[in-house]
Design a protein around this ligand. Structure first.
Ligand code: ME8
Length: 510
Protein backbone atom coordinates (compact mmCIF):
# COMPACT_ATOMS: atom_id res chain seq x y z
CA UNK A 1 0.00 0.00 0.00
CA UNK A 2 1.21 3.50 -0.84
CA UNK A 3 2.20 5.12 2.42
CA UNK A 4 2.42 8.66 1.08
CA UNK A 5 -0.29 11.16 0.29
CA UNK A 6 -0.01 14.39 -1.71
CA UNK A 7 -2.66 17.14 -1.71
CA UNK A 8 -2.55 20.57 -3.33
CA UNK A 9 -4.47 23.84 -3.52
CA UNK A 10 -4.45 25.94 -6.68
CA UNK A 11 -1.57 28.37 -6.64
CA UNK A 12 -3.32 31.71 -6.33
CA UNK A 13 -2.79 34.70 -8.61
CA UNK A 14 -1.00 37.52 -6.92
CA UNK A 15 -2.93 40.23 -8.75
CA UNK A 16 -4.81 41.00 -5.54
CA UNK A 17 -5.09 40.13 -1.85
CA UNK A 18 -6.62 36.81 -0.78
CA UNK A 19 -10.33 36.55 0.01
CA UNK A 20 -12.59 33.97 1.61
CA UNK A 21 -12.81 31.89 -1.63
CA UNK A 22 -9.06 31.25 -1.45
CA UNK A 23 -9.33 30.45 2.24
CA UNK A 24 -12.00 27.87 1.45
CA UNK A 25 -9.90 25.74 -0.89
CA UNK A 26 -6.90 26.00 1.40
CA UNK A 27 -8.82 24.92 4.50
CA UNK A 28 -10.30 21.94 2.64
CA UNK A 29 -6.83 20.80 1.59
CA UNK A 30 -5.53 21.33 5.12
CA UNK A 31 -8.29 19.21 6.64
CA UNK A 32 -7.51 16.35 4.29
CA UNK A 33 -3.75 16.62 4.91
CA UNK A 34 -4.28 16.56 8.67
CA UNK A 35 -6.73 13.69 8.41
CA UNK A 36 -4.21 11.61 6.46
CA UNK A 37 -1.54 12.38 9.05
CA UNK A 38 -3.89 11.18 11.79
CA UNK A 39 -4.09 7.91 9.88
CA UNK A 40 -0.31 7.62 9.80
CA UNK A 41 0.43 8.54 6.19
CA UNK A 42 3.48 10.52 5.20
CA UNK A 43 1.81 13.60 3.76
CA UNK A 44 2.93 16.36 1.44
CA UNK A 45 0.61 19.37 1.38
CA UNK A 46 1.41 22.09 -1.12
CA UNK A 47 0.05 25.58 -1.64
CA UNK A 48 1.56 28.72 -3.15
CA UNK A 49 1.24 31.56 -5.61
CA UNK A 50 0.95 31.91 -9.38
CA UNK A 51 3.00 34.94 -10.29
CA UNK A 52 3.53 35.17 -14.04
CA UNK A 53 1.32 36.16 -16.95
CA UNK A 54 -0.45 39.13 -18.38
CA UNK A 55 -2.93 39.55 -15.54
CA UNK A 56 -0.26 39.83 -12.85
CA UNK A 57 1.93 42.00 -15.10
CA UNK A 58 -0.99 44.41 -15.55
CA UNK A 59 -1.75 44.45 -11.80
CA UNK A 60 1.91 45.36 -11.13
CA UNK A 61 1.76 48.12 -13.74
CA UNK A 62 -1.47 49.48 -12.21
CA UNK A 63 0.25 49.51 -8.81
CA UNK A 64 3.20 51.39 -10.35
CA UNK A 65 5.63 48.64 -9.35
CA UNK A 66 7.97 46.31 -11.17
CA UNK A 67 6.46 42.83 -11.40
CA UNK A 68 8.97 41.07 -9.17
CA UNK A 69 8.65 43.59 -6.32
CA UNK A 70 4.88 43.52 -6.73
CA UNK A 71 4.64 39.72 -6.63
CA UNK A 72 7.00 39.60 -3.62
CA UNK A 73 4.60 41.86 -1.79
CA UNK A 74 1.30 40.19 -2.72
CA UNK A 75 2.63 36.65 -2.40
CA UNK A 76 3.49 37.49 1.21
CA UNK A 77 -0.21 38.11 1.93
CA UNK A 78 -0.97 34.55 0.86
CA UNK A 79 1.89 33.20 2.93
CA UNK A 80 0.62 35.16 5.93
CA UNK A 81 -2.89 33.86 5.32
CA UNK A 82 -1.60 30.28 5.48
CA UNK A 83 -0.40 31.13 9.00
CA UNK A 84 -3.66 32.84 9.95
CA UNK A 85 -5.68 29.84 8.77
CA UNK A 86 -3.45 27.41 10.64
CA UNK A 87 -2.52 25.59 7.43
CA UNK A 88 -0.14 22.68 7.89
CA UNK A 89 1.36 23.04 4.41
CA UNK A 90 4.75 21.40 3.96
CA UNK A 91 5.87 23.77 1.22
CA UNK A 92 4.84 27.12 -0.26
CA UNK A 93 5.77 27.45 -3.90
CA UNK A 94 6.13 30.63 -5.92
CA UNK A 95 6.34 30.37 -9.68
CA UNK A 96 9.02 33.05 -9.78
CA UNK A 97 11.42 30.79 -7.86
CA UNK A 98 14.47 29.37 -9.67
CA UNK A 99 13.50 25.75 -8.84
CA UNK A 100 10.20 26.27 -10.59
CA UNK A 101 11.60 27.96 -13.68
CA UNK A 102 14.05 25.06 -13.99
CA UNK A 103 11.18 22.54 -13.79
CA UNK A 104 9.17 24.44 -16.43
CA UNK A 105 12.14 24.46 -18.80
CA UNK A 106 12.78 20.77 -18.25
CA UNK A 107 9.14 19.90 -18.94
CA UNK A 108 9.10 22.09 -22.04
CA UNK A 109 12.29 20.49 -23.34
CA UNK A 110 10.89 17.02 -22.75
CA UNK A 111 7.69 17.89 -24.62
CA UNK A 112 9.70 19.42 -27.47
CA UNK A 113 12.02 16.38 -27.61
CA UNK A 114 8.96 14.15 -27.97
CA UNK A 115 7.61 16.40 -30.74
CA UNK A 116 4.59 17.36 -28.65
CA UNK A 117 5.18 21.08 -29.29
CA UNK A 118 5.41 22.84 -32.66
CA UNK A 119 5.77 26.46 -33.77
CA UNK A 120 2.75 28.13 -35.39
CA UNK A 121 0.64 31.24 -35.26
CA UNK A 122 -2.24 31.94 -32.85
CA UNK A 123 -5.20 33.97 -33.84
CA UNK A 124 -8.26 34.02 -31.60
CA UNK A 125 -9.93 35.18 -28.41
CA UNK A 126 -8.18 35.53 -25.08
CA UNK A 127 -9.45 36.57 -21.64
CA UNK A 128 -6.68 38.10 -19.55
CA UNK A 129 -8.76 37.80 -16.37
CA UNK A 130 -9.00 34.01 -16.84
CA UNK A 131 -5.68 33.73 -18.69
CA UNK A 132 -7.60 31.50 -21.09
CA UNK A 133 -8.26 31.04 -24.80
CA UNK A 134 -11.86 30.69 -25.92
CA UNK A 135 -13.53 29.49 -29.11
CA UNK A 136 -15.95 31.91 -30.85
CA UNK A 137 -18.96 29.71 -30.04
CA UNK A 138 -18.28 30.01 -26.30
CA UNK A 139 -18.67 33.80 -26.28
CA UNK A 140 -21.60 36.15 -25.76
CA UNK A 141 -21.74 39.80 -26.83
CA UNK A 142 -23.03 42.85 -24.93
CA UNK A 143 -22.65 46.47 -26.05
CA UNK A 144 -20.09 45.50 -28.65
CA UNK A 145 -17.88 43.67 -26.11
CA UNK A 146 -17.47 39.91 -26.19
CA UNK A 147 -17.42 37.91 -22.98
CA UNK A 148 -16.25 34.44 -21.95
CA UNK A 149 -18.67 32.16 -20.05
CA UNK A 150 -16.95 33.29 -16.83
CA UNK A 151 -18.02 36.88 -17.54
CA UNK A 152 -14.46 37.98 -18.37
CA UNK A 153 -14.10 40.25 -21.41
CA UNK A 154 -12.04 38.76 -24.24
CA UNK A 155 -9.67 40.39 -26.68
CA UNK A 156 -8.46 39.33 -30.11
CA UNK A 157 -4.90 38.01 -30.05
CA UNK A 158 -2.69 37.48 -33.10
CA UNK A 159 0.87 36.36 -32.56
CA UNK A 160 3.43 33.68 -33.31
CA UNK A 161 3.03 30.84 -30.84
CA UNK A 162 4.24 27.41 -29.94
CA UNK A 163 1.42 24.87 -29.79
CA UNK A 164 0.97 21.76 -27.70
CA UNK A 165 -0.60 18.86 -29.64
CA UNK A 166 -3.63 18.69 -27.36
CA UNK A 167 -5.97 17.36 -30.09
CA UNK A 168 -3.86 14.22 -30.27
CA UNK A 169 -4.77 13.38 -26.67
CA UNK A 170 -8.53 13.67 -27.04
CA UNK A 171 -9.26 9.93 -27.25
CA UNK A 172 -6.71 9.05 -24.64
CA UNK A 173 -8.32 11.50 -22.19
CA UNK A 174 -11.76 9.96 -22.66
CA UNK A 175 -10.39 6.47 -22.02
CA UNK A 176 -8.43 7.78 -19.04
CA UNK A 177 -11.61 9.19 -17.43
CA UNK A 178 -13.39 5.92 -18.11
CA UNK A 179 -10.64 3.87 -16.48
CA UNK A 180 -10.29 6.31 -13.60
CA UNK A 181 -13.92 6.73 -12.74
CA UNK A 182 -13.34 9.19 -9.91
CA UNK A 183 -10.58 11.25 -11.51
CA UNK A 184 -12.86 14.29 -11.86
CA UNK A 185 -15.13 14.99 -8.90
CA UNK A 186 -17.95 15.73 -8.48
CA UNK A 187 -19.82 13.89 -11.20
CA UNK A 188 -21.43 17.04 -12.63
CA UNK A 189 -17.99 18.47 -13.43
CA UNK A 190 -16.90 15.18 -14.94
CA UNK A 191 -19.85 15.25 -17.32
CA UNK A 192 -19.09 18.85 -18.23
CA UNK A 193 -15.46 18.03 -19.05
CA UNK A 194 -16.38 14.98 -21.12
CA UNK A 195 -18.94 17.00 -23.11
CA UNK A 196 -16.32 19.69 -23.75
CA UNK A 197 -13.79 17.16 -25.01
CA UNK A 198 -16.36 15.44 -27.20
CA UNK A 199 -17.06 18.76 -28.88
CA UNK A 200 -13.46 18.53 -30.18
CA UNK A 201 -10.10 19.59 -28.74
CA UNK A 202 -7.88 22.02 -30.62
CA UNK A 203 -4.14 22.21 -30.21
CA UNK A 204 -3.28 24.61 -27.39
CA UNK A 205 -1.24 27.77 -27.70
CA UNK A 206 1.46 27.43 -25.03
CA UNK A 207 3.60 30.51 -25.59
CA UNK A 208 3.04 34.26 -25.90
CA UNK A 209 5.11 37.00 -27.51
CA UNK A 210 3.12 40.16 -26.72
CA UNK A 211 4.44 40.61 -23.15
CA UNK A 212 7.53 39.58 -21.20
CA UNK A 213 6.45 38.54 -17.67
CA UNK A 214 6.85 34.77 -17.81
CA UNK A 215 9.36 31.95 -18.15
CA UNK A 216 11.28 32.35 -21.43
CA UNK A 217 10.83 29.42 -23.80
CA UNK A 218 14.04 27.35 -24.00
CA UNK A 219 15.73 28.01 -27.32
CA UNK A 220 13.23 30.70 -28.33
CA UNK A 221 13.44 33.51 -25.77
CA UNK A 222 11.23 35.91 -27.72
CA UNK A 223 8.38 33.76 -26.33
CA UNK A 224 7.32 33.31 -22.73
CA UNK A 225 5.47 30.17 -21.67
CA UNK A 226 1.70 30.28 -21.44
CA UNK A 227 0.96 30.97 -17.78
CA UNK A 228 -1.15 27.83 -17.33
CA UNK A 229 1.62 25.52 -18.53
CA UNK A 230 3.93 27.35 -16.14
CA UNK A 231 1.42 27.28 -13.26
CA UNK A 232 0.32 23.64 -13.51
CA UNK A 233 3.95 22.56 -13.49
CA UNK A 234 4.21 23.80 -9.88
CA UNK A 235 2.71 20.53 -8.67
CA UNK A 236 5.66 18.54 -9.99
CA UNK A 237 8.28 21.20 -9.24
CA UNK A 238 7.47 20.80 -5.57
CA UNK A 239 7.74 17.02 -5.87
CA UNK A 240 11.31 17.49 -7.14
CA UNK A 241 10.90 17.52 -10.93
CA UNK A 242 12.98 17.10 -13.05
CA UNK A 243 14.80 14.92 -10.53
CA UNK A 244 12.46 11.94 -10.65
CA UNK A 245 15.10 9.81 -8.94
CA UNK A 246 15.09 11.94 -5.81
CA UNK A 247 13.49 10.79 -2.57
CA UNK A 248 10.87 13.52 -2.75
CA UNK A 249 9.45 12.23 -6.04
CA UNK A 250 7.77 9.46 -4.02
CA UNK A 251 4.87 11.86 -3.50
CA UNK A 252 4.04 12.03 -7.20
CA UNK A 253 1.36 11.43 -8.52
CA UNK A 254 -0.69 13.80 -6.38
CA UNK A 255 -3.67 12.14 -4.72
CA UNK A 256 -5.96 15.16 -4.90
CA UNK A 257 -5.71 18.54 -6.59
CA UNK A 258 -8.34 20.77 -4.99
CA UNK A 259 -9.59 23.49 -7.32
CA UNK A 260 -12.61 25.71 -7.75
CA UNK A 261 -15.02 24.84 -10.55
CA UNK A 262 -13.69 27.82 -12.54
CA UNK A 263 -10.43 26.06 -13.31
CA UNK A 264 -11.45 22.46 -13.80
CA UNK A 265 -10.74 22.51 -17.54
CA UNK A 266 -7.07 23.32 -16.98
CA UNK A 267 -6.61 20.65 -14.35
CA UNK A 268 -8.72 17.88 -15.80
CA UNK A 269 -7.82 18.27 -19.48
CA UNK A 270 -4.58 20.16 -20.07
CA UNK A 271 -2.72 18.89 -17.04
CA UNK A 272 -3.07 15.12 -17.55
CA UNK A 273 -2.39 15.62 -21.26
CA UNK A 274 0.84 17.57 -20.61
CA UNK A 275 2.00 14.92 -18.17
CA UNK A 276 1.14 11.95 -20.33
CA UNK A 277 2.81 13.60 -23.31
CA UNK A 278 5.97 14.04 -21.23
CA UNK A 279 5.88 10.41 -20.07
CA UNK A 280 4.82 11.29 -16.52
CA UNK A 281 1.98 9.90 -14.47
CA UNK A 282 -1.21 11.99 -14.23
CA UNK A 283 -2.60 12.92 -10.80
CA UNK A 284 -5.16 10.62 -9.19
CA UNK A 285 -7.96 13.10 -8.66
CA UNK A 286 -9.10 16.62 -9.43
CA UNK A 287 -11.84 17.77 -7.06
CA UNK A 288 -13.60 20.93 -8.20
CA UNK A 289 -15.58 22.49 -5.38
CA UNK A 290 -18.39 25.00 -5.76
CA UNK A 291 -18.54 28.76 -5.64
CA UNK A 292 -19.30 31.01 -2.70
CA UNK A 293 -21.54 33.98 -3.12
CA UNK A 294 -21.68 36.60 -0.38
CA UNK A 295 -25.06 37.28 1.21
CA UNK A 296 -26.59 36.17 -2.09
CA UNK A 297 -24.32 38.19 -4.39
CA UNK A 298 -21.28 37.43 -6.51
CA UNK A 299 -18.14 38.51 -4.67
CA UNK A 300 -16.52 41.37 -6.53
CA UNK A 301 -14.42 44.43 -5.97
CA UNK A 302 -16.90 46.67 -7.73
CA UNK A 303 -19.73 45.53 -5.42
CA UNK A 304 -17.40 46.12 -2.47
CA UNK A 305 -18.39 42.81 -0.85
CA UNK A 306 -15.05 40.99 -1.00
CA UNK A 307 -14.57 39.21 2.31
CA UNK A 308 -11.17 39.29 3.96
CA UNK A 309 -10.57 35.97 5.75
CA UNK A 310 -8.14 37.63 8.18
CA UNK A 311 -10.96 39.88 9.41
CA UNK A 312 -13.28 36.88 9.74
CA UNK A 313 -10.76 35.03 11.88
CA UNK A 314 -10.32 38.11 14.08
CA UNK A 315 -14.08 38.48 14.46
CA UNK A 316 -15.27 34.90 14.93
CA UNK A 317 -12.17 32.86 15.69
CA UNK A 318 -10.30 30.50 13.40
CA UNK A 319 -11.94 27.18 14.21
CA UNK A 320 -15.56 28.37 13.91
CA UNK A 321 -14.64 29.72 10.46
CA UNK A 322 -12.90 26.50 9.37
CA UNK A 323 -15.83 24.49 10.64
CA UNK A 324 -18.42 26.68 8.97
CA UNK A 325 -16.74 26.63 5.55
CA UNK A 326 -16.81 22.84 5.34
CA UNK A 327 -20.06 22.34 7.23
CA UNK A 328 -22.38 24.71 5.44
CA UNK A 329 -22.61 23.23 1.94
CA UNK A 330 -21.81 19.90 0.29
CA UNK A 331 -18.27 20.10 -1.07
CA UNK A 332 -18.78 20.47 -4.81
CA UNK A 333 -21.95 22.57 -4.55
CA UNK A 334 -22.22 26.35 -4.54
CA UNK A 335 -22.87 28.06 -1.24
CA UNK A 336 -23.82 31.39 0.19
CA UNK A 337 -21.65 32.99 2.82
CA UNK A 338 -23.53 34.93 5.43
CA UNK A 339 -22.46 36.04 8.88
CA UNK A 340 -25.81 34.93 10.22
CA UNK A 341 -25.26 31.37 8.99
CA UNK A 342 -21.73 31.28 10.46
CA UNK A 343 -22.97 32.54 13.82
CA UNK A 344 -25.86 30.06 13.73
CA UNK A 345 -23.55 27.09 13.20
CA UNK A 346 -21.15 28.32 15.85
CA UNK A 347 -23.83 28.83 18.47
CA UNK A 348 -25.94 25.74 17.91
CA UNK A 349 -23.40 23.11 16.95
CA UNK A 350 -20.10 24.21 18.45
CA UNK A 351 -21.02 26.19 21.58
CA UNK A 352 -24.29 24.41 22.49
CA UNK A 353 -24.02 20.84 21.25
CA UNK A 354 -20.30 20.06 21.48
CA UNK A 355 -19.05 22.71 23.90
CA UNK A 356 -21.76 22.15 26.49
CA UNK A 357 -21.45 18.39 26.26
CA UNK A 358 -17.74 18.64 27.03
CA UNK A 359 -18.26 21.16 29.78
CA UNK A 360 -21.05 19.26 31.51
CA UNK A 361 -19.19 15.94 31.36
CA UNK A 362 -15.84 17.30 32.49
CA UNK A 363 -17.35 19.47 35.24
CA UNK A 364 -19.15 16.42 36.62
CA UNK A 365 -15.93 14.41 36.58
CA UNK A 366 -14.22 17.28 38.42
CA UNK A 367 -16.92 17.58 41.03
CA UNK A 368 -18.04 14.01 41.48
CA UNK A 369 -14.89 11.97 40.76
CA UNK A 370 -12.27 14.28 42.28
CA UNK A 371 -11.07 15.14 38.81
CA UNK A 372 -10.01 11.57 38.03
CA UNK A 373 -11.10 9.60 34.98
CA UNK A 374 -13.40 6.69 35.94
CA UNK A 375 -12.25 3.18 34.94
CA UNK A 376 -13.16 1.77 31.53
CA UNK A 377 -16.82 0.84 31.79
CA UNK A 378 -19.04 -2.10 31.05
CA UNK A 379 -21.29 -1.59 28.03
CA UNK A 380 -24.82 -2.35 29.25
CA UNK A 381 -27.79 -2.85 26.98
CA UNK A 382 -28.92 0.72 27.53
CA UNK A 383 -25.45 2.02 26.51
CA UNK A 384 -25.02 -0.13 23.47
CA UNK A 385 -26.70 1.96 20.78
CA UNK A 386 -24.77 5.05 21.80
CA UNK A 387 -21.42 3.31 22.29
CA UNK A 388 -21.74 1.59 18.90
CA UNK A 389 -22.50 4.85 17.12
CA UNK A 390 -19.40 6.41 18.65
CA UNK A 391 -17.17 3.43 17.89
CA UNK A 392 -18.11 3.30 14.23
CA UNK A 393 -17.74 7.05 13.81
CA UNK A 394 -14.03 7.09 12.82
CA UNK A 395 -14.71 4.58 10.02
CA UNK A 396 -17.67 6.59 8.80
CA UNK A 397 -15.58 9.77 8.78
CA UNK A 398 -12.76 7.97 6.98
CA UNK A 399 -15.09 6.77 4.23
CA UNK A 400 -16.55 10.27 3.82
CA UNK A 401 -13.17 11.96 3.70
CA UNK A 402 -11.72 9.42 1.25
CA UNK A 403 -14.24 10.89 -1.18
CA UNK A 404 -13.82 14.45 0.15
CA UNK A 405 -17.37 14.64 1.49
CA UNK A 406 -16.46 17.07 4.24
CA UNK A 407 -20.02 18.08 4.97
CA UNK A 408 -21.17 14.47 5.29
CA UNK A 409 -18.27 13.71 7.62
CA UNK A 410 -19.25 16.62 9.86
CA UNK A 411 -22.86 15.59 9.64
CA UNK A 412 -22.00 12.13 10.99
CA UNK A 413 -19.93 13.67 13.80
CA UNK A 414 -22.68 16.10 14.75
CA UNK A 415 -25.24 13.37 14.75
CA UNK A 416 -23.10 11.39 17.23
CA UNK A 417 -22.67 14.55 19.34
CA UNK A 418 -26.44 14.92 19.42
CA UNK A 419 -26.74 11.28 20.52
CA UNK A 420 -24.27 12.01 23.31
CA UNK A 421 -26.42 14.91 24.45
CA UNK A 422 -29.42 12.61 24.40
CA UNK A 423 -27.47 10.03 26.40
CA UNK A 424 -26.43 12.48 29.10
CA UNK A 425 -30.00 13.75 29.42
CA UNK A 426 -31.54 10.28 29.66
CA UNK A 427 -28.95 8.83 32.04
CA UNK A 428 -28.62 12.02 34.09
CA UNK A 429 -25.32 11.16 35.81
CA UNK A 430 -25.70 14.18 38.16
CA UNK A 431 -28.70 12.44 39.74
CA UNK A 432 -26.85 9.14 40.30
CA UNK A 433 -24.16 10.25 42.71
CA UNK A 434 -26.09 9.38 45.85
CA UNK A 435 -28.25 6.50 44.59
CA UNK A 436 -26.02 4.61 42.11
CA UNK A 437 -22.46 5.96 42.29
CA UNK A 438 -21.03 3.04 40.29
CA UNK A 439 -23.47 3.61 37.46
CA UNK A 440 -22.60 7.31 37.50
CA UNK A 441 -18.97 6.38 36.92
CA UNK A 442 -19.94 4.17 33.96
CA UNK A 443 -22.05 6.86 32.34
CA UNK A 444 -19.35 9.48 32.77
CA UNK A 445 -16.73 7.14 31.37
CA UNK A 446 -18.84 6.41 28.27
CA UNK A 447 -19.27 10.13 27.76
CA UNK A 448 -15.57 10.73 28.20
CA UNK A 449 -14.76 7.98 25.68
CA UNK A 450 -17.20 9.58 23.23
CA UNK A 451 -15.66 13.03 23.69
CA UNK A 452 -12.24 11.58 23.03
CA UNK A 453 -13.46 10.12 19.73
CA UNK A 454 -15.13 13.43 18.74
CA UNK A 455 -12.04 15.44 19.59
CA UNK A 456 -9.76 13.01 17.75
CA UNK A 457 -11.71 13.00 14.50
CA UNK A 458 -12.41 16.74 14.64
CA UNK A 459 -8.73 17.65 15.06
CA UNK A 460 -8.27 17.98 11.33
CA UNK A 461 -11.16 20.46 11.09
CA UNK A 462 -10.47 22.47 14.26
CA UNK A 463 -6.89 21.74 15.31
CA UNK A 464 -6.54 24.43 17.99
CA UNK A 465 -9.79 23.90 19.85
CA UNK A 466 -9.61 20.13 19.65
CA UNK A 467 -6.06 20.15 21.03
CA UNK A 468 -7.48 22.11 23.98
CA UNK A 469 -10.29 19.57 24.36
CA UNK A 470 -7.85 16.66 24.23
CA UNK A 471 -5.80 18.42 26.93
CA UNK A 472 -8.91 18.71 29.08
CA UNK A 473 -9.72 15.05 28.43
CA UNK A 474 -6.25 14.09 29.64
CA UNK A 475 -5.23 12.47 26.32
CA UNK A 476 -1.43 12.50 26.08
CA UNK A 477 0.16 14.11 23.00
CA UNK A 478 1.32 10.73 21.70
CA UNK A 479 -2.18 9.22 21.82
CA UNK A 480 -4.11 11.57 19.58
CA UNK A 481 -4.06 9.75 16.24
CA UNK A 482 -6.75 7.39 15.01
CA UNK A 483 -4.87 4.22 15.89
CA UNK A 484 -4.52 5.37 19.51
CA UNK A 485 -8.30 5.22 19.91
CA UNK A 486 -7.99 1.45 20.20
CA UNK A 487 -6.20 1.85 23.54
CA UNK A 488 -8.44 3.10 26.36
CA UNK A 489 -7.04 5.77 28.67
CA UNK A 490 -6.14 4.39 32.09
CA UNK A 491 -8.75 4.95 34.79
CA UNK A 492 -7.54 7.35 37.45
CA UNK A 493 -5.92 9.74 34.93
CA UNK A 494 -5.99 13.22 36.49
CA UNK A 495 -7.98 15.71 34.44
CA UNK A 496 -7.47 19.46 34.59
CA UNK A 497 -10.47 21.65 35.46
CA UNK A 498 -12.44 22.27 32.25
CA UNK A 499 -12.86 25.65 30.58
CA UNK A 500 -15.27 26.62 27.77
CA UNK A 501 -14.11 25.70 24.25
CA UNK A 502 -16.38 27.92 22.18
CA UNK A 503 -18.09 31.21 22.88
CA UNK A 504 -21.56 32.10 21.78
CA UNK A 505 -21.61 34.99 19.34
CA UNK A 506 -24.29 37.66 19.54
CA UNK A 507 -26.20 38.12 16.30
CA UNK A 508 -25.84 41.82 15.62
CA UNK A 509 -29.10 43.65 15.09
CA UNK A 510 -29.82 43.75 11.35
O1 ME8 B 1 -7.17 30.47 -10.88
N1 ME8 B 1 -15.72 30.57 -4.13
O2 ME8 B 1 -5.93 31.54 -9.29
P1 ME8 B 1 -7.02 32.42 -8.53
C1 ME8 B 1 -14.96 29.47 -3.96
N2 ME8 B 1 -3.72 30.98 -10.53
N3 ME8 B 1 -13.66 29.39 -4.29
C2 ME8 B 1 -13.08 30.48 -4.81
C3 ME8 B 1 -13.81 31.67 -5.01
C4 ME8 B 1 -15.19 31.68 -4.64
N4 ME8 B 1 -15.97 32.76 -4.78
N5 ME8 B 1 -12.97 32.57 -5.56
C5 ME8 B 1 -11.76 31.96 -5.68
C6 ME8 B 1 -6.10 30.77 -10.38
N6 ME8 B 1 -11.82 30.69 -5.22
C7 ME8 B 1 -4.82 30.19 -10.93
C8 ME8 B 1 -4.69 28.77 -10.45
S1 ME8 B 1 -3.39 26.44 -10.34
C9 ME8 B 1 -2.17 25.69 -11.21
C10 ME8 B 1 -3.48 28.05 -10.96
C11 ME8 B 1 -10.71 29.73 -5.15
O3 ME8 B 1 -6.27 33.33 -7.62
C12 ME8 B 1 -10.97 28.49 -6.00
O4 ME8 B 1 -10.16 27.44 -5.56
O5 ME8 B 1 -7.97 33.02 -9.48
C13 ME8 B 1 -10.48 28.94 -7.34
O6 ME8 B 1 -10.21 27.86 -8.21
C14 ME8 B 1 -9.22 29.66 -6.96
O7 ME8 B 1 -9.56 30.33 -5.72
C15 ME8 B 1 -8.81 30.64 -8.05
O8 ME8 B 1 -7.74 31.37 -7.59
Amino acid sequence: MKQTRYVTTPIYYVNDKPHVGHAYTSVAADVLARWWRLQGYEVFFLTGTDEHGQKVEKAARDAGMNPQAFTDQVSQHFRDLAGTLGLSNDDFIRTTEARHKAACCALWEELARRDEIYLGHYEGWYAVRDEAFYGPDELTERDGVKYAPSGAPVEWVREPSHFFRLSKWQDWLLVFYEENRYFIQPESRRNEVIAFIKSGLQDLSVSRTSFRWGVPVPGDPSHVMYVWLDALTNYITAAGYPDTKAEHWKFWPADVHFVGKDIVRFHAIYWPAFLKAAGLEPPKRVFAHGWWTIEGQKMSKSLGNVIDPVALVAEYGLDPLRYFLLREVPFGSDGDFSRKALIGRNNSELADALGNLANRTLSLIQRSCEGRLPDAALVRDTDKLFVDEVQTLPTEVRIRLESQEFQMALDAIMSAVRSANGYITVHAPWALKKTQPDRMLEVLRHLHDALRVFATVLQSFMPGTMAALLDQLGVPAGARDLAALATPLPGGTALPPPSPLFRKIEIEAA
